[in-house]
Design a protein around this ligand. Structure first.
Ligand SMILES: [Zn+2]
Length: 250
């Protein structure tokens, strides 16, 4: 009997290293990492040659704890702002953090194959893509000429900007941009739910928590959106998936 003990110990250790956090625990890991970053106390975890070597022989699906759609902006380096390391985050970055086909596919891979218990849409203050969309749709014509392919990138942000103008006609300039960015996070989440049956199934099964957040580039703080707003979007999409996402901007 004695000779089985080391075998059991090895099995136990292996199982322990494969334990993935629950959605709430994974979200807490992100927020605790962000708190360290904000206070200048980052510990840069899982960032060693040993971790790199581990990542070469292990399946990231057994380790990564969040899929994050973020903006390409150089001021929002995702692993740094969450004080995360190698094999921790499955990151999709695109200007304006929009969900078009490729990004939705990325989210499906992150949730379905990398098995991350959290999926976050992360916008940020002073976003150039949102600012450009506000300018592009400004009736008073403050937009400057855009390169050939940029309007297609900004197009998905237009409904959020239109929604922001409609809901809060009093907002101008920076305030309008920040509000449109918030609406854009919610709109992208709605877009994701509308277009991905596998994500909806994972949400229903409790395998993933979908959340939205805004990163403040000055303070470094990530502020989570109210989870009830995301729950409401999910139930609306579940009730009627035939409605166009264009109808929703809040
Ligand atoms: Zn941006």
């Amino acid at each position: 009997m004695k000779k089985f003990i080391p075998v059991i110990a090895i099995l136990f250790c292996a199982a322990a290293s494969y334990a993935k956090p629950t959605p709430d625990a994974a979200l807490e890991m992100l927020m605790k990492g962000n708190a360290r970053f904000v206070s200048g106390k980052s510990i840069h975890p899982r960032n060693t040659p040993a971790r790199r070597q581990l990542s070469a022989v292990k399946n990231q699906g057994d380790y990564a704890y969040a899929t994050i759609l973020g903006c390409s902006d150089s001021r929002v380096p995702v692993e740094l702002i969450f004080d995360a390391g190698i094999m921790d985050l499955f990151v999709i970055r695109v200007p304006g953090n929009v969900f078009q086909t490729d990004e939705i596919a990325g989210a499906e891979y992150g949730v379905g194959h990398v098995h991350t218990p959290v999926l976050m849409v992360l916008a940020h203050t002073d976003c150039g893509a949102v600012t450009a969309t506000v300018a592009m749709t400004d009736k008073h014509g403050h937009a400057h000429k855009l390169e050939r392919n940029i309007p297609a990138l900004l197009k998905p942000i237009i409904p959020a900007v239109a929604g922001a103008r409609k809901n809060r006609p009093d907002l101008k300039g920076k305030a309008l941009i920040e509000y449109a960015s918030e609406l854009n996070v919610l709109r992208e989440i709605r877009q994701l739910f509308h277009n991905s049956a596998s994500i909806r199934a994972a949400v229903k099964a409790g395998k993933v928590k979908v959340t939205g957040a805004i990163y403040d580039i000055a303070s470094g703080k990530v502020v989570l959106m109210e989870q009830k707003k995301i729950a409401r979007i999910f139930s609306e999409v579940e009730k009627d998936r035939s409605r166009s996402t264009k109808e929703f901007a809040d």
